[in-house]
Design a protein around this ligand. Structure first.
Ligand SMILES: Nc1ncnc2c1ncn2[C@@H]1O[C@H](COP(=O)(O)OP(=O)(O)OP(=O)(O)O)[C@@H](O)[C@H]1O
Ligand SMILES: Nc1nc(=O)c2ncn([C@H]3C[C@H](O)[C@@H](CO)O3)c2[nH]1
Length: 207
């Protein structure tokens, strides 16, 4: 890799993105960018009534991530410093296409492209895949009250949306390296060897 890489960890809700990004940042001594969750004023309302709150929620996520991406570019990418993030801004489109309908979806898609098309995107994506049972169990174990409303049907759609999105990204942006991690089999939390293998692979990709 010629330049310092921009790395993103991705996967559906509860896949372990923040956990893995934080562990890798510590192991490889990289700065880490984490999603803003607790201060989000719309998540609770959104999970209670998706149709009423999806536009506000998606715009909130988009504006926050746009600001974080701008800061990441200024602080790290433009200065040639590697950085790892617990999301890829493309997830805005994955969620937006699923939760929005009609003209709002069209407008949101346009705003997404206007804001992000000219900004640098991650060079390496660590994509954690996991099945419905694994994800629902992890969401329950984490115990965020507002996520009690998440339905298995919504999660199953997101699992499929993520698979489709990663496949289409691989075709559209062949220079992006996508490493798929089987989150049902590979346990980077409990199993030191599993984590070491991921960290080693990432180190190799970064040189
Ligand atoms: N490999 C794993 N084995 C066991 N528990 C895990 C594993 N990965 C993550 N967890 C647990 O699952 C929960 C979700 O993990 P985490 O918050 O990192 O997911 P996330 O993908 O960042 O979620 P979100 O999409 O909501 O941002 C946490 O309680 C975490 O400790
Ligand atoms: N609708 C929607 N759009 C997004 O861009 C998005 N990004 C994250 N989330 C949800 C998943 C977790 O519950 C919680 C923390 O990741 O927020 C999102 N929901």
């Amino acid at each position: 890799m010629k330049h310092a890489p921009f790395i993103a960890v991705e996967g559906p809700i509860g896949a372990g993105k923040t956990t893995l990004a934080t562990m890798l940042a510590s192991e490889l001594e990289l700065p880490v960018i984490r999603e803003i969750v607790e201060e989000n004023p719309y998540l609770d309302k959104f999970y209670q009534n998706m149709d009423d709150w999806s536009f506000q929620l998606e715009m909130f996520f988009l504006c926050n991530r746009y600001k974080q991406l701008e800061d990441t570019v200024n602080q790290y990418i433009d200065r040639g410093k590697p950085v790892i993030s617990d999301y890829h801004i493309y997830k805005n489109l994955i969620f937006g296409e699923r939760t929005l309908k009609g003209t709002k979806r069209d407008k949101y898609r346009e705003i997404y492209h206007v804001l992000t098309d000219d900004l640098p995107k991650p060079d390496i994506i660590l994509y954690i895949r996991a099945n419905l049972d694994t994800l629902m169990a992890r969401i329950a174990k984490r115990g965020r009250p507002f996520e009690e409303e998440i339905s298995p049907a919504y999660m199953q759609q997101l699992i499929e949306d993520y698979d489709d999105a990663m496949a289409s990204l691989a075709v559209r942006e062949p220079s992006t390296v996508i490493v798929t991690i089987d989150g049902n089999q590979v346990d980077f939390v409990e199993n030191k060897e599993d984590f070491a293998a991921i960290a080693e692979h990432l180190k190799e990709l970064m040189t």
